[in-house]
Design a protein around this ligand. Structure first.
Ligand code: ACO
Length: 323
């Protein structure tokens, strides 16, 4: 049996910061409200001429370096984004070119904030089938470019970031179990070619390409989806919460994480959060947090961890890994 394991991980956040004082200066909000209702203190924001692929390349270079692999050894690059530089070429192709990954196929995919877990699942399948040995999974989003900065209910939540992981064939345990789900729903939308007066009307700015969501409905869905998906991968593996050293959830809102972990029956000391510093950076939340948890020594070889996310689609997913 060929297994798939993360051999290197990397994260990148842009330099510019919008703190809560800045958010107070652009919409009718307060530092107190944002912290109490979301847990976010700061978000990192790309420059006007800094795009998703620029951040993706930086995170990928770090992941590659940490894995010890050469770019030519990559067989496949998959990149998840909801804010691509172009409709074509795929951002994955821009990363392929910049890395010099001359032997890699490349494509983009979209599973919104659940995309890192989705990407690990795709990588595991290609590796288990014997098709590829080394797959780079990248998540990158410049959500700030799709944020309605006139809408106080969404603009305080989002930031920009990129995260990447090299997944390689191994005989060791690695990505042990994954669980994915979807429920096509318009609770979170940002429109491309489709025109809809109804969608325009929902937005303060009336700009259809900005992100709108039914905040309370998404919160309810997220708590159940993250708890259920985590329990499902535990069940499939035959392990219990005592075997799990760390959980890295999607970092959308502290209240969602808090309610989800109560439902899972675990305490916050098992959970790694970057929410306060970066806000919701879409699919990048999990790999950026993973990269920081590894750098801080919170994850050691042999540890079993759970990554769990939810997002637009609606989608959800969890992965149980042995590090
Ligand atoms: N500052 C001050 N007041 C605010 C703000 C703000 N930034 N935002 C909303 N309010 C107000 C509302 O207008 C409302 O006022 P009203 O009672 O006078 O009408 C009041 O606060 C309560 O609003 P709610 O929407 O009920 O607030 P809630 O507690 O649900 O928090 C939030 C809103 C933070 C958006 C929450 O619903 C949430 O986090 N939802 C989930 C979002 C999410 O996880 N999305 C993930 C996917 S995004 C993606 O995939 C890219």
């Amino acid at each position: 049996m060929i297994n798939a394991k993360i051999t290197g991980v990397g994260g990148y956040v842009p330099e510019k910061v919008y703190d809560n004082a800045y958010m107070e200066s652009i919409v009718d909000t307060s530092d107190e409200w944002i912290i109490r209702r979301t847990g976010v203190k700061e978000r990192h924001i790309s420059d006007d001429n800094e795009y998703t692929s620029d951040m993706a390349i930086k995170a990928s270079q770090i992941a590659l370096e940490n894995s010890g692999l050469k770019a030519e050894e990559l067989d496949l690059i998959i990149l998840a984004t909801v804010t691509p530089d172009y409709f074509t070429p795929a951002c994955a192709c821009l990363v392929q070119k910049a890395l010099g990954a001359v032997n890699a196929a490349a494509f983009d995919y979209n599973a919104a904030c659940s995309a890192f877990v989705t990407g690990l699942t795709i990588a595991k399948q290609f590796i288990a089938a014997g098709t590829y040995k080394n797959v780079l999974v990248v998540c990158a989003d410049t959500l700030s470019k799709a944020t309605d900065y006139a809408d106080r209910a969404t603009c305080v939540l989002f930031g920009d970031a990129a995260g990447a992981a090299v997944v390689s064939a191994t005989e060791e345990n690695g990505i042990m179990e994954t669980e994915l789900g979807s429920d096509g729903d318009l609770a979170i939308t940002a429109l491309a070619y489709r025109n809809s007066d109804e969608e325009n009307e929902k937005r303060v700015s009336k700009r259809k390409e900005t992100i709108w969501m039914a905040g309370q409905a998404v919160m309810k869905f997220a708590v159940k989806a993250m708890a259920d998906a985590s329990l499902r991968v535990l069940e499939k593996s035959g392990l219990s919460w005592d075997d799990i050293t760390l959980v890295i959830p999607h970092q959308a809102n502290y209240r969602i994480v808090d309610s989800a972990i109560k439902r899972m029956g675990i305490t916050e000391d098992k959970v790694f959060l970057t929410l306060e510093k970066y806000g919701n950076t879409s699919a990048s939340c999990i790999p950026v947090a993973l990269s920081e948890a590894v750098a801080e020594g919170r994850i050691k070889k042999g540890d079993k961890i759970i990554l769990v996310g939810f997002g637009g689609g609606l989608t959800w997913g969890a992965a149980l890994l042995e590090w």
